[in-house]
Design a protein around this ligand. Structure first.
Ligand SMILES: C[S@@+](CC[C@H](N)C(=O)[O-])C[C@H]1O[C@@H](n2cnc3c(N)ncnc32)[C@H](O)[C@@H]1O
Length: 270
């Protein structure tokens, strides 16, 4: 059983991704997409960034480990009439069915950071990028006070310790780790740059409803609730998350949610 795959197939990330569409589109607008650009979206989910990239004229391949999300992405592309956007199952740690130098741009927004074996992930991203091409990652930052870093931190505190040798996905939000991984893949340090950016979760219901969506559909939170329930601590976990979401909500309306979250944007020139 591949635990990484099971984690993301357990829920239905499309239900969370619905709150991320606007920021996904805004981010894609900053990627310099031109007609015919070959783009790989790694850990693409149901296409929050793959779809708008294709709508700007890129030829997009979305790769994700979760078969339900691959199906959802293909269904979205089909319903939008996008013939230049397809999704297939794959593991960011091992893209062996993709030829080297295949893409002008490899993008991974909160996707490849969740794959095991981060050095292999960096190596694979560099391998499939053409010389002169680019890699752009969006990674959550450990101990950041904003939403997702805090959800993952709270969830981890209710979950059993990870197996021996597990490398936290959050290490992709640490510049020194990112530099080390890409340099091991043959990239010069001066070709790697960083900036902090913001992704906003917009939801047409109050924050407590978004907590319920994370509890029902977001694999890491689902696992945390399973562990908390087994220990009789599910109400405590729910209370912590509910306070977090409500405190971070910036929407002026009581009926909707708007929560900005900070991430590390990594750019690599290959
Ligand atoms: C937080 S979601 C982000 C999805 C999408 N990039 C977005 O912005 O909506 C993380 C995604 O990474 C995928 N993922 C996790 N581990 C992966 C791996 N080893 N290889 C490929 N995708 C992976 C999950 O299935 C999930 O779709």
């Amino acid at each position: 059983m591949n635990q990484n795959k099971a984690l993301w197939e357990k829920g239905d990330f499309t239900r969370i991704a619905e709150s991320m569409r606007e920021s996904g589109e805004a981010l894609v607008m900053t990627l310099g997409i031109t007609d015919g650009l070959d783009v790989l979206d790694l850990g693409c989910g149901d296409g929050t960034t793959a779809v708008p990239a294709a709508q700007l004229g890129a030829n997009v391949l979305g790769v994700d480990i979760a078969s339900n999300l691959v199906d959802a992405g293909n269904a979205r592309a089909h319903s939008l009439g996008l013939t230049n956007c397809r999704f297939q199952e794959g593991d960011a740690s091992d893209l062996s069915d993709i030829d080297e130098d295949s893409f002008d741009l490899v993008v991974s927004i909160f996707g490849a950071m969740f794959a095991p074996r981060p050095f292999d992930v960096a190596k694979e991203m560099v391998r499939v990028t053409r010389p002169g091409g680019r890699i752009v990652m969006g990674n959550w930052i450990p101990n950041d006070p904003t939403l997702v870093a805090q959800i993952l931190k709270i969830s981890a505190s209710y979950s059993p310790p990870p197996p021996e040798g597990f490398v936290s996905p959050m290490t992709w939000g640490v510049e020194d780790n990112v530099i080390e991984r890409f340099m091991a893949a043959g990239v010069l340090e001066e070709k790697i740059s960083f900036e902090k950016a913001t992704y906003t979760f917009d939801f047409a219901s109050p924050p407590s409803r978004l907590v319920a969506a994370f509890r029902a559909y977001y694999g890491p939170t689902m696992n945390a609730f399973d562990a908390a329930t087994a220990n009789g601590r599910d109400a405590e976990l729910h209370g912590e998350l509910d306070a977090l979401f409500n405190n971070q909500n910036t929407s002026p309306s009581e009926d909707s949610t708007s929560i900005p979250a900070t991430f590390l944007r990594v750019s690599v020139a290959v």
